[in-house]
Design a protein around this ligand. Structure first.
Ligand SMILES: Cc1ncc(COP(=O)(O)O)c(C=O)c1O
Length: 460
């Protein structure tokens, strides 16, 4: 199955059409004139820095989903229970009276367990008391890192499409965010999305403080190979003050026998990389709000100080439960099960969407996929894939498609252009993001609703 339209905009008249690299650098997120059309109005009492933030597409589509009682394949959380041994771990921790503040950087029991887990993965002995910070979920790690390391007027480069947390934090810090897109002329699988290293290099300069990476990647499902990470590392090393924030929350969800690689384990990269992980994603416990960062002490110490100022510490019983869950995971064959279950769900959703005429780009990891929605007609004259670059975000074709899917079919997906910066959104005007960490019944019901709505056959 091929998805020519998904990534059109790249090739126009046989040549690379999208943007020259200089154009790409010029377009920064804050140059987006469509931000004026905000569905969520800022409070007049909020600070100036709040005015720099964009409204959340997830909040918008979750509200729409609730309103239409839709099957929500938009948001990334499992709708099935966490494993019993993980539940028991939390009960055990509370019964054992682990109910008071913990050490701000993380309870000894958890950081020691994490050091054991990550030392072999990073090929070095990780100091549990200096090189690990346990925080309130990966989102909190990302926010704390940005506050700790980025100054106003610094530049932050994000590989896009991107998960929005680093961008929101950069906006709040008054930093300038620049997007460097993954590109594909033709995408069957997420491996077809590639980062152009020249384009990355052109986006970096002496003002760039942080490069934000994400593997396995949300929303494409791309898993960066070791060679790709080594290529990125070579570019990064050209810039002495450049740090890397590597979001690896889906590290345990990699399919087809592929392996997850840490850029922090590439030679010379540990010293400048904060790697971020999530207990919520790893153990289907997104409501626990436990995450952690691994990196060198000069990066972890300031991150922990920000976390200490905002949260002080992370819920102690859930930290202990996380340590117990890691201890018991092997006994229950947990990680093998997790991969097999999610790979089967990935295959199922790909099959269902393909049958419904929405061509999926098969993900290599994570729990999202992008699918081509060209078969879904929209009532007005929305351009199929070559929308003008200054088209307001919420007027884009993929937003119209996802609104229709939600309102008329009762299925929620997220328009993919929301994951791109202004200037690069045309790359994805026909794509939508679907989440597959859902019960089989939920996936079947979504398929039934799409087909019954007839929306999948309205394109002429
Ligand atoms: C790439 C990525 N990073 C981080 C997060 C947030 O993780 P947590 O729930 O631990 O804050 C998400 C959640 O969807 C994500 O997709």
């Amino acid at each position: 199955m091929r998805c020519a339209r998904t990534v059109a905009g790249r090739v126009r008249g046989g040549r690379r059409a999208a943007l020259s690299t200089t154009d790409a650098v010029r377009f920064s997120f804050d140059a987006d004139p469509t931000l004026a059309q905000r569905p969520q109005v800022q409070s007049p009492l909020s600070s100036v820095r709040m005015g720099r933030t964009e409204p959340s597409v997830f909040a918008e589509f979750s509200a729409l989903s609730d309103k239409h009682n839709a099957v929500n394949l938009g948001q990334g959380f499992p709708d099935y229970p966490m494993p019993d041994f993980v539940k028991e771990a939390a009960v055990e921790a509370i019964r054992a009276d682990y109910n008071q503040y913990s050490r701000p950087a993380g309870h000894a029991r958890l950081v020691e367990r994490l050091a054991e887990r990550y030392s072999p993965k990073f090929g070095r002995s990780i100091d549990p008391y200096a090189e690990i910070g346990v925080v309130g979920g990966a989102t909190n790690a990302i926010f704390s890192a940005l506050v700790a390391l980025v100054d106003p007027d610094d530049e932050v480069v994000c590989v896009e499409p991107y998960f929005d947390a680093p961008k929101i934090a950069a906006d709040l810090m008054g930093a300038k965010t620049i997007g460097v897109p993954l590109r594909a002329d033709w995408a069957d699988t997420a491996a077809d999305w590639k980062l152009d290293l020249d384009e990355l290099d052109d986006a970096l300069n002496e003002r760039t403080k942080l490069l934000v990476l994400n593997t396995p990647h949300n929303p494409t499902g791309k898993v960066f190979s070791r060679e790709e990470l080594e290529g990125i590392a070579r570019v990064v090393k050209k810039y002495p003050r450049l740090l890397v924030l590597s979001d690896e929350v889906y590290e345990s969800m990699v399919y087809d026998g592929l392996e997850h690689h840490h850029i922090g384990s590439v030679e010379g990269m540990f010293e400048r990389t904060i790697s971020v992980f999530s207990i919520g994603k790893t153990f289907s416990a997104t409501g626990w709000r436990v995450g952690y960062a691994v990196g060198p002490e000069p990066l972890i110490a300031p991150l922990v100080r920000v976390h200490q100022a905002s949260n002080f510490s992370t819920p102690t019983p859930l930290q202990i439960a996380s340590a117990i869950a890691f201890d018991k995971a092997a006994e229950f064959g947990y990680f093998e099960d997790l991969t097999a279950t999610l790979q089967a769900k990935r295959d199922k959703l790909c099959r269902l969407l393909r049958t419904a005429g929405l061509s999926p780009i098969t993900p290599q990891g994570g729990y999202f996929l992008l699918a081509d929605t060209s078969k879904i007609g929209v009532p007005t004259e929305f351009p199929l894939w070559e929308a003008p670059e200054d088209l307001p975000l919420r007027d884009r074709r993929d937003f119209a498609v996802c609104r229709q899917l939600c309102e008329r079919a009762g299925v929620t997906a997220i328009p993919a252009s929301a994951f791109f910066s202004f200037g690069h959104r045309h790359i994805t005007d026909s794509l939508a993001r679907f989440c597959f960490c859902k019960k089989d019944d939920t996936l079947n019901e979504a398929f039934r609703r799409i087909v019954h709505s007839g929306l999948n056959a309205t394109w002429v």
